[in-house]
Design a protein around this ligand. Sequence first.
Ligand code: TRP
Length: 370
Amino acid sequence: MSTNGLSKPRILTGDTPTGRLHIGHYVGSIENRLALQDQYECYFLIANKHAFTTRADKPDDIRQSVIDIATDWLAVGIDPNKSAMVLQSEVPAIDELTFFFAMLLPFNRVMRNPTLAQEIKDKDLGDKYPFGFPLYAVGQCADILAFRPLLVPVGEDQIPHLEMTREVARRFNQLYCGVNPHVEDKDHLAKGGLFPVIEPKLGRIRRLVGTGAPNPETGQLYKMSKSLNNAIFLSDDADVVTKKVMSMYTDPTRLRATDPGHVRGNPVFTYHDAFNPNHEEVQDLKSRYTKGKVGDVEVKQKLVVALNTFLEPIRQRRAELEAQPGYLEDVLAEGSRKARAEARETLRLAKDAMGLNYFPKARARVESLV
Ligand code: TRP
């Protein structure tokens, strides 16, 4: 694997601080981050500036969400000794890159990004959204490329943003680094490109469904999402998890425990598959369910146990963190400091490639001072 001239290949990914993280985030992307922490140099970004694109009037909420996400990350086991936890607003080089990258994407291309279009619909933004809203998608290209990573672990909804990032990298390398348009994505660095044409890494479960009933129009189950009120949060205590699971949507065609039930598309079994490590138990429940030999209550009670077993160590680490005020601030300050240096170096290389290095002598003097 090409390491881009760096000692370890890099990963960058992030979350927009819009609230606490739930078990859908866990299987979508967090699990991958935890698994890759040892082999890769990791940067995990809290995209707090992006939060302002739809909630500029709620700075206090955004501030609280940053703390919630950072706490969730540490609680699930992100290790700040291995991975940099980065606050986007502390890395100004990202913004400078955003401006340059905005020239490499046609305006209509950005507006056709399906994730943006979906968000405009879901959040009912109509035509009232600020100029900065679509700009965030360009900003995300800069979040990523500022660290020149090879892999970007994300949930499925982020793929359109990563495709745009790949286009920006190719275009930059072709325009400013002399990379021939016929060069394959994997060869861009070897052929003199500055930016890797990054690869997405999807999670074990791409789109975890929520706890509630399906969309009445389409019959499709909704994705787990805080705003749809159908999420189980990583920070939910055991009682809350019990309540949420016991009132979960299951198989609507089944009126009695003796009716044969459906396992496929039944969220209770989707969660068993995702979070119950006792495969025999899950198989047994499924086979009894389809024969009408087990009630929803037993299936749900076993799911409660599985989920609470999974969440318990996370709760314990959260409690430990809460007993150490000031620790979170240190972690974010240190991660952001490391990120700032790396992103500044990328920006310098990008400006060199673009012919924006007007004062090399002065820069050498300044650099000898820092
Ligand atoms: N847009 C992502 C989300 O809403 C968060 C994000 C911002 C991100 N910058 C990123 C994800 C860079 C991956 C890489 O969850």
